[in-house]
Design a protein around this ligand. Sequence first.
Ligand code: DQA
Length: 153
Amino acid sequence: MKRVLILNGPNLNLLGQREPTQYGHQTLADVEQLCRETGARLGLAVECLQSNHEGVLIDAIHEAGRGVKAGQVLGVVFNAGAYTHTSIALQDAIKGAEVPVIEVHISNVHAREAFRHHSWISPVAAGIVVGFGVEGYVLGIEGLARKLGYQAS
Ligand code: DQA
């Protein structure tokens, strides 16, 4: 069974209490549980990591890239939070690690402030899911599996 990494960036540990009109009432633990259930349905093992630190996210992408090369990891479903709009280093990490990444945003970033309209992740993403609330993580996992033609063995 292959693994998928659910990677969440800064401030997503505050889900449930942070700006609920933008991000809803579900906590990060709820989201991770939803992802595990989705993985179980598709025959994928789900690993979850959240960090507020750019370097930790970069290390996790490198590690996922090694897993992809070893045939153990399918890819990453990544909500980079505000680093989406600032981090060339994350773009370089995804490119360098050659890891399939589905970019997820809970809110519709294009309906928000102009500084949220640009993403450094999008040019290197295998797909993008925006504005579906936390269901976007489910769609992200399903999209990754479909795009890569994953069949559970
Ligand atoms: C977010 C959107 C980003 O602009 C914001 O900085 C976040 C969350 C989203 O999931 O909608 O932290 O990535």
